[in-house]
Design a protein around this ligand. Structure first.
Ligand code: NAI
Ligand code: MG
Length: 395
């Protein structure tokens, strides 16, 4: 096969630290690719008034596959203050470039696997009968609708006439009629049948391909009757085509309560945008947290792979980087799976599993130390030492 070109978007802070580590591992496993650097993040907001320049979109349009580190976002006032003086008061408005990427390329399917690595000191444990300690093996893959719902940005404070008047035709709006309009904040939750079908079908396909026995649709259809209701009814429809996979449905609130009671019971979970965000962080917390949480954003044409952690700016300044590169490396494994290099992905995951189980090399988060430059003296591995250990097991 011809050599791939991967668009490398390190972004800000520790994004710049962990992405090159993932490329070291990809090279070592024999994945042949060229990496083209693409600009994204805070410095491009400050210098150009756009954290996601057109040239970056063009590169992704051309090469289709991206690896992304993390970006820094700041609140509105701070964003405006840090803009180059030449660009001030010219109507530039900050937006999150990763959300921008998802919207621009319609990366509507977000996949967030949450799997226990044996021997990880961060694994969730619970008390069993007779005070025994149980360490359930979690293997959950969350499918989160990535472009619609509460995060689609259709929202107003002090809504304009047309919106206000239209809303007031709904009988349930009576209870808001006495509130001054400028004191009304409205965020909409819009689901389309097409996108709902795509995420649910992707979840069932994944369950079938990888032998998960259930797909759980995690929403709240008893209360949010239209959008959650649509996802549940679409799920029931699609489930008919998958006799080998059971359809379960849970409410998001109850699911969070059960999270620690029986996480090993669940396989694939499918949710709308916000509930998918919540449930995937919940499960990630059982298997090691941000140092282990990887994700894929997949559209019909373009796909971008990223750890779910942010840019952790205070750690980006350290002379010896201490953050855990595993979340980024696992995201690169998802990229390999996506482009059919499944053996290489499995090899890397195997190497990570060995490092974690052997327990000789642990980053500060795995040692449960507060992050500081001193953690190296306290025996924590640096970012590069962790990658080196993984590379060693790949040989
Ligand atoms: P964060 O994920 O950057 O960091 C939170 C804490 O998690 C860190 O202080 C550190 O203790 C730990 N952590 C994160 N990554 C780690 C790793 N690889 N290894 C070990 N420990 C790790 O979230 P925070 O502090 O809320 O946000 C910092 C910046 O990142 C903000 O500007 C925020 O907007 C942005 N952000 C960007 C995201 C993205 O690019 N997708 C996602 C989340 C936040
Ligand atoms: Mg989140």
């Amino acid at each position: 096969m011809s050599k791939r070109t991967i668009v490398s978007m390190p972004g800000d802070g520790i994004g710049k630290t962990v992405l090159p580590e993932a490329i070291r591992v990809l090279n070592a496993v024999g994945f042949e690719a060229d990496y083209v650097h693409a600009d994204i993040g805070w410095e491009f907001w400050c210098q150009e008034g756009n954290p996601l320049p057109q040239r970056t979109l063009d590169l992704l349009e051309e090469h289709k596959i991206g690896l992304f580190g993390a970006i820094t976002s700041k609140p509105k006032a701070e964003a405006a203050a840090e803009l180059d003086p030449k660009l001030k008061d010219k109507g530039y408005v900050y937006y999150s470039p990763i959300v921008g990427l998802r919207q621009h390329f319609n990366l509507d399917i977000c996949i967030r696997p949450c799997r226990t690595f044996k021997g990880n000191p961060l694994n969730f444990i619970r008390k069993g009968r007779g005070d025994t300690i149980e360490e359930p093996e979690v293997d959950v893959v969350v499918f989160r609708q990535n472009t619609e719902g509460l995060y689609s940005g259709v929202e107003w404070t002090n809504p304009p006439d047309q919106v206000y008047n239209a809303l007031m035709t709904h009988p349930q709006m009576k209870k808001f009629a006495s509130a001054p309009r400028q004191e009304l904040a409205i965020s909409t939750r819009i689901f389309t049948k097409k996108a709902t079908e795509r995420i649910v079908r992707a979840a069932f396909e994944h369950a079938r391909e990888f032998g998960y026995k259930s797909v759980t649709v995690c929403e709240k259809p008893n209360v949010i009757r239209e959008t959650s209701g649509m996802m549940l009814s679409v799920s029931k429809q699609i489930a008919r085509g998958y006799a080998d996979v059971a359809l379960w449905d849970t409410n998001i609130d109850a699911q969070m309560m059960w999270l620690t009671k029986n996480p090993e019971t669940y396989g694939v979970i499918v949710s709308g945008n916000m509930f998918g965000d919540i449930i995937s962080d919940g499960f990630a917390g059982l298997v090691g947290g941000l140092g282990f949480a990887c994700s894929a954003n997949i559209g019909q044409d373009v796909a971008v792979f990223e750890p779910t952690h942010g840019s952790a700016p205070k750690y980006a300044e350290y002379q010896t980087p201490i953050v855990n590169p595993i979340a980024m490396i696992l995201s690169a494994c998802m990229m390999l799976d996506h482009i059919g290099e499944t053996e290489k992905a499995a090899k890397i995951r195997g190497a990570i599993a060995r490092v974690v189980e052997e327990g000789q090399v642990r980053t500060y988060d795995m040692m449960k130390l507060p992050g500081s430059p001193d953690v190296i003296e306290q025996g924590a591995a640096s970012t590069t030492q962790m990658t080196d250990a993984i590379l060693e097991r790949l040989k």
